[in-house]
Design a protein around this ligand. Structure first.
Ligand code: HEC
Length: 178
């Protein structure tokens, strides 16, 4: 047993949680800043177009450090490239279980796990601003028809509507080399 543990430096979970949290915050600020600019420039339908072109390249460009990968995923995805992998699926399942048992989304903490040579960091993403509802809320009530048409055109399999304030929208999924 001891020899197995000696192969790698001990894992500092608290440091990993702080590291991942810092990356998620920086990525959120970048994304939401650009989203607000696009909403102001042309309203939500225009911002859908902007997001569909810019969200993935932006996250990829923030993943420039060696071995770092920043993604978002969900149990109800809009963009097919955000579909969860096996470990993301595992964490989504745990989080959905906690919600089903009555834990409020705000109380669900971030998690770090070791995946081979990488550290995986997961943080819930909640619908935390009324602006989110203009593209993820209830069609016809929160989402206007022009915006809905723009979403359906770009994401024919979209499952990411019908949310309300405080709902779990998905997870930040961040990985880096140990
Ligand atoms: C202008 C419309 C718009 C608004 C407002 C908006 N989103 Fe999105 N959201 C999108 C689009 C479009 C995508 C797909 C982006 C892509 O193609 O990578 C998306 C994707 C996501 C994803 C990734 C998972 C998936 O389903 O692909 C999360 C998480 C998310 N949004 C959360 C939020 C939150 C939280 C807010 C409010 C802070 C918000 N969104 C506001 C349009 C919007």
């Amino acid at each position: 047993m001891a020899s197995c543990e000696e192969r790698q430096a001990p894992f500092d979970e608290q440091a990993a949680l702080e590291h991942g949290g810092g990356i998620a915050l920086a990525a959120f600020q970048q994304l939401s800043g650009r989203l607000q600019d696009a909403m102001q420039a042309g309203g939500p339908a225009h911002a859908v177009e902007y997001c569909s072109l810019a969200a993935l390249p932006l996250l990829d460009s923030l993943s420039s450090a060696k071995g770092l990968r920043i993604r978002r995923t969900s149990d109800k995805i809009r963009a097919p490239h955000d579909a969860p992998d096996a470990d993301e699926q595992r964490r989504l399942g745990e989080v959905l279980d906690l919600l089903a048992k009555g834990t409020p989304g705000m109380r669900i903490t971030s998690q770090v796990v070791l995946l081979g040579d990488s550290v995986a960091y997961y943080q819930p993403i909640l619908i935390n601003m009324p602006a989110c509802l203009r593209c993820h809320g209830v069609p016809g009530r929160d989402i206007d028809s022009t915006t809905l048409a723009a979403i359906q055109q770009r994401y024919p399999g979209d499952a990411a509507t019908g949310y309300g304030m405080g709902d779990l929208r998905g997870l930040w999924s961040i990985r880096w080399e140990r």
